[in-house]
Design a protein around this ligand. Structure first.
Ligand SMILES: Nc1ncnc2c1ncn2[C@@H]1O[C@H](COP(=O)(O)OP(=O)(O)OP(=O)(O)O)[C@@H](O)[C@H]1O
Ligand SMILES: [Mg+2]
Length: 238
């Protein structure tokens, strides 16, 4: 689809469907979904419960593979990659943020942020400064040595955002990052996520149930029973 000299999209779906075996036949979580996300764009995905939002993010992250169609991160077709290559891509090039923060409760805040680098076998001197810079930016540098379980929900989500951005992923995917937070903390987390993504020049796709938070994006997309409409995008793909 892309010419050789054309800048790659950060993420694209080409006629993507995902079906699950529902016992009595297939249930489609996504149907014929096509879109492109240009680098550094911020896209909010909204839709009712069960409309396919998490499925879309899981496919974008290569956690799952489509039943049909092509998912590309940059120029790479995720279905053409081995499980191992997809895991590496997720570790190095895609940042993930979830509603439940999935931090290591007993580990210090700084180690939680550093985890992706530790797993990649990097030497601490290569990531220490980056960890502290990120924590500084979310106002948690003073808590670097505390076990993460001592932090509030909003603070824990800020730690999770730092962890997701540690390795400078080009693409950040967030599934209801404020879903577990009150309004005030949710707003703070959203503002920080937007600010960090902009500073890093990353591309962001986030799922939200909040109309208010959706308006922070460049584009808002809506899923209805697995089908995507682009209400705020003037040029939806054919
Ligand atoms: N692993 C699975 N096995 C079977 N069905 C699944 C699986 N994952 C998702 N589904 C089904 O796919 C549909 C879409 O699910 P998905 O989790 O993407 O929805 P969602 O929009 O994220 O909902 P919510 O807002 O509640 O998180 C649902 O009908 C769900 O039951
Ligand atoms: Mg979901």
């Amino acid at each position: 689809m892309n010419g050789e000299f054309e800048a790659a999209n950060a993420l694209s779906f080409e006629n993507v469907s995902k079906a699950y075996d529902a016992g009595v036949g297939l249930r489609f979580a996504l149907r014929g979904v096509s879109f492109v996300v240009k680098p550094a764009r911020r896209v909010a995905v909204v839709g009712r419960s069960g409309s396919g939002k998490s499925t879309l993010l899981h496919l974008a992250a290569g956690i799952d593979v489509p039943t049909d169609g092509v998912v590309r991160v940059g120029r790479r077709d995720l279905s053409a990659l081995s499980e191992e290559a997809r895991t590496k891509l997720r570790r190095d090039e895609v940042g993930l943020i979830f509603q439940f923060f999935y931090l290591m409760p007993h580990l210090p805040v700084a180690d939680n942020v550093a985890l992706p680098a530790m797993i990649a076998g990097e030497k601490p001197r290569l990531y220490r400064t980056r960890v502290m810079e990120l924590l500084e930016r979310v106002d948690l540098a003073g808590r670097a040595g505390d076990p993460v379980q001592k932090l509030s929900g909003g603070e824990q989500q800020r730690v999770a955002i730092c962890r997701a951005l540690l390795r400078r992923p080009g693409l950040l995917l967030a599934d209801e990052p404020t879903g577990n937070l009150d309004d005030e903390n949710g707003r703070r987390v959203m503002d920080l996520m937007m600010e960090l993504v902009e500073n890093e020049g990353a591309t962001l796709v986030y799922v939200t149930h909040s109309r208010e938070f959706a308006t922070l994006a460049d584009e808002v997309w809506e899923l209805h029973s697995g089908e995507l409409s682009h209400p705020s995008s003037p040029c939806a793909p054919a």
